[in-house]
Design a binder for this molecule. Structure first.
Ligand code: NAP
Length: 338
């Protein structure tokens, strides 16, 4: 039997009409998630039953099919972002998600139940992430999933693709100009190479030798990072590069050594670049930006290289692989239901 809870208030006050099934057990209002109750390492991650997220006006609830793993997820868990972000424990990690809309809030015409979607879902505080059966997000950060991408690929794109796009936008490159990327083999770097190539930019990118074939296949000229990088760039681009995108950190010296005087540079991993004429980039949740990435996917100009998938319950193993610093592509969690 259904019981309808009705809060109907007229004269400019709120109206709520909510259906609850009599006799439901608690488990029908909870979901499975991986979460941690205090800051620390991978040992903190536990499988928990947590409240099913509610769906407010302008929001959608996503039944999660895949969650992208990013270095920031274990950095947040370690407490590195505590000075700038509030957290509510137990905290569910994960800011990248792909899945199927299973509920929509009042007045959310952009999406309907059954839509296949993906999103970069960072909020102002940490706690409600994508390593769970369900995730609720404001509609403005969500986009329809391009059919060219599997759920795993779609979950691996938003954060890294959005970062690459934001960094490249800031560099304002014109077709025919030259860009050096520090860390072309990571999730951000691989997206950035493809986006820059689609814009007609010549791309040089660093990685260890084992990833040079991969960089070649994406259209970049591969270079080894570390000793000899400055000379290798100068040999290829004697007049200096027009822009440098640092996706690793600790790269300011070679950046300034190979950059044209009129050139621009940005970093996603070095907060000191601002003092040296560069811009420190932080990715924002933005459905419109995600639609720009999806358009490139639909045109066949942008793909996603997933190197590993793990069932949700093995999130600790996924974090350990990410922590190695040499994943060479995206890591994704799947299998959210036992
Ligand atoms: N500010 C932001 O908004 C933002 C957004 C996203 C990411 N980030 C940060 O940016 C960094 C990269 O993110 P990501 O998702 O691309 O990471 P990722 O996928 O984990 O990057 C892994 C890659 O880094 C490469 N690498 C390791 N040491 C390197 C070095 N000294 N120089 C150049 N490349 C090196 C490795 O290539 P080889 O195996 O070939 O060595 C590996 O494939 C992380 O620190 C992340 O936290 C910041």
């Amino acid at each position: 039997m259904n019981i309808f809870i009705s809060l109907a208030v007229v004269s400019g006050r709120q109206y709520l009409n909510y259906a609850v099934k009599a006799g439901n057990t608690m488990s029908e209002y909870t979901m499975k998630a991986m979460a941690y109750s205090s800051y620390g390492g991978v040992e903190k991650l536990k499988r928990m039953d947590l409240p099913l997220p509610k769906v407010g006006p302008g929001s959608v609830r996503i039944k999660v099919k895949a969650a992208g793993v990013n270095p920031v997820d274990w950095k947040v868990m370690a407490g590195y972002l505590d000075p700038i972000m509030d957290i509510a424990f137990p905290a569910i990690p994960g800011w990248d998600v792909a899945g199927i809309v299973d509920a929509v809030g009042f007045d959310t015409p952009e999406f309907k139940i059954g839509d296949e979607v993906h999103a970069y879902g960072r909020r102002d505080s940490v706690g409600v992430g994508s390593f769970a059966e369900y995730m609720t997000l404001p509609a403005h950060v969500v986009a329809h999933k391009p059919h060219q991408l599997s759920f795993e690929e779609a979950a691996a794109l938003p954060l890294t693709g959005g970062t690459a796009l934001r960094a490249l936008d800031s560099l304002e490159l014109a077709p025919g100009q030259t860009l050096l990327i520090h860390n072309g083999a990571g999730g951000v770097g691989q997206a950035a190479i493809q986006i820059a190539k689609a814009a007609g930019v010549r791309v040089l990118a660093t990685a260890s030798v084992k990833n040079h074939e991969l960089l070649n296949s994406l259209g970049a000229e591969p270079l080894v990072y570390g000793d000899g990088l400055v000379e290798a760039v100068r040999a290829r681009v004697p007049g200096g590069v027009d822009a440098v995108a640092d996706f690793h950190g600790e790269a300011l010296e070679p950046t300034l050594a190979v950059l044209k005087e009129s050139g621009s540079h940005a970093s996603i991993a070095d907060g000191t670049v601002g003092a040296h004429g560069g811009r420190y980039i932080w990715v924002r949740p933005d459905g419109k930006e995600l639609q720009r990435l999806d358009a490139l996917v639909e045109q066949g100009k942008l793909g996603v290289h997933v190197v590993s998938t793990y069932p949700m319950q093995q999130a600790a193993a996924a974090f350990t692989q990410s922590m190695s610093g040499h994943a060479g592509g995206k890591i994704v969690l799947t299998e959210f239901t036992d």
